[in-house]
Design a protein around this ligand. Structure first.
Ligand code: ADP
Length: 169
């Protein structure tokens, strides 16, 4: 009875889940990729119970890196940071789950790996602040902006995982 059943289904699916969807942007920076830490990092988010809804590997341009880090443009390390982010492949991801923005930051650890707790990604796997291997959105607004900067809507995949009923009450 519907002219565009698939589109309508997607719209309804999105609306049904709109309230519970929380998504964050996570990137494995060039140092994490070069050090062979992709699987290690993905695994920590996956084992926690978060759901991967987008992933790709890209070499961002310097201009793109400047957009991504625009909030830091007045900081002395801005130029070096943008050079570094655009120096090689980055794994860009969107992770979804209850509390994923805040808890993602906990999994990542403090900005300076010397101050990150053991058990966190930076605490366990990094030493220097300028080589801290991973980026994660720091709040709902930046998550929304960063996801929109790095991904087109069609690259985000909505799906139900069979594990969800064992992860959520
Ligand atoms: P986070 O990545 O933890 O959200 P910030 O947004 O403050 O931290 O900084 C972005 C990135 O800039 C950091 O992850 C780090 O790689 C780099 N950075 C931050 N502070 C410094 C610093 N003092 N010297 C060099 N690089 C820095």
């Amino acid at each position: 009875t519907l002219a565009f059943p698939a589109a309508v289904y997607l719209l309804q699916d999105h609306q049904l889940h709109a309230a519970e969807l929380e998504r964050t942007f996570i990137a494995i920076k060039p140092d994490g990729v070069q050090r062979g830490l992709i699987a290690e990092i993905v695994s920590r988010f996956e084992r926690k119970g978060f759901k991967l809804v987008a992933i790709k590997i890209v070499v961002p341009s310097k201009e793109f890196a400047q957009k991504h880090y625009h909030d830091l443009k007045e900081r002395p390390f801005f130029n070096g940071l943008c050079d570094f982010l655009s120096s090689g492949p980055v794994v860009a991801m969107v992770w979804e789950g209850e509390g994923v923005i805040k808890y993602g930051r906990k999994l990542i650890g403090a900005t300076d790996p010397q101050k990150s707790e053991p058990g966190t990604i930076r605490g366990d796997l990094a030493v220097a602040v300028g080589r801290n291997i991973i980026h994660g959105s720091d709040g709902p607004e930046t998550a929304k902006d960063e996801i929109a900067l790095w991904f087109r809507p069609i690259e985000l995949v909505s799906y139900t995982s069979n594990a969800e009923k064992w992860i959520y009450e």
